[in-house]
Design a protein around this ligand. Sequence first.
Ligand SMILES: [Mg+2]
Length: 484
Amino acid sequence: MPPSLKEGGGVIVVLVYIRQFICQASHHHNMTWGSLNEYPKAVVHIDGDAFFVSCEIARRPELRGKAVVTGAERGIASAMSAAAKRLGITRGMPIFQMRKLCPELVVLPSDYELYSLYSLRMFEIVRRFTPVVEEYSIDECFAELSGMRRVHHASYEEIARRIKHELETELGMTFGVGLAPTKVLGKVATSLAKKARVVGRGDGFLALPSRDVPGALACFPIEKVWGIGPQTAALLAGHGVKMAGQLAEKTDTWVNKVLTKPGVQIWHELRGTCIHPVCAGARPPQASIQKTKTFTPPSCDPSTIFAQLSKNVENACIKARRHGLAPSRLSFFVKTGDFRCYGHEIKLSRPSVLPSELLACIEPFFHGLLRRGETYRATGVTLSHLSGEGAGQLDLFGATLRAENVREVYKAVDEIAAKYGKHSVFLASSFWAHGSRASKRSEAMGESSTSISPKRKEPPRSAARFQGETPRRRVGLPYLGEVG
Ligand SMILES: [Mg+2]
């Protein structure tokens, strides 16, 4: 018998052994679901640690290791360094209270322009490894690595680790990185990685191949799962489901009976089936944000139409706030029943992400656009000339100061929206445009009407200048000590 055939036999024996081993491991976790393929898809989730403060420290290395917070302009902490967190400083704490805890605390004003530039660099580094990068927020993204092993001559885990290493050494700050077969599991992985690091285990990286998913979900609280709000968590708790693993073990019939569509999708994602794809569409955060919506039936009632527009403005502002950006220009349009568009562009006296302020600017022009007796079927708004939220100049009439107070309210609104779903709280002017709560839940996952247009043509990039930087504003080279 030729020796090669003998060798083949040996390989088969090894494969059988591995298969048995995997089955045993699965049995150990009581795995009745999931794939034996480690990464049917490979999704990496990346999240900056205390991003705003990390940007400040990367710019000023002498602050490293010190208790630092940002948010001086608002009088409350918006981001805290690890040292500040250890002293018990929490998000939203007033400055006077923080000073009592720590007299030598460094309190800095937010510099959103700087954070946006670091954010662009972060996404640019991730795009070296894969073109499929979804910018989820200013310091968070998903990247799909499926099919990239051959390109990089490395396993998914090695690629994900390389991304983390390049981000940390080139930006001078740390990131939580989670590799998993789906976006929801990627978020779980990052969250576990960050938690482990806080107690001194690991370096903020976790790879969660299919076989490790049941073990990881067994003690992962259901309310911490991305997309599960307190209401769904309470509903599930009523059925005895307190951990993500318990939900993942439920049957198809059970979840379809108990949960709405977004919940069922989360169940699939927890079981390792990718439902929410990584949406690559290059969305540079400094481009423009557009929200449009067609409504039925078409209406000739100005307050109904304005309510629709108001809802679009609110949606656009939610998105802008998530990216830490504010527009200094906006345009809106109304579309008639026979598809004619009428619009207007408004230059704002200063950047704002407050729907109430933007709508106050829109309202007089809006009424000028409407024709009596005409029916309208769609409205839309585009926010452009986006810059850091703090870019506004203080005006003589205290409007900025008032806006700061309103901004606090919207911070709370955003937090509520993150927990309870988008539009749990909305402006009275949008009331008639908000349908039943059930339809809103499915919208919260999809964001179907959102688009951020491709960035305007940038000047050719010089060797040393990064995307989004101007000769006036550049990110300094970060301190490269201690990281890596
Ligand atoms: Mg973060």
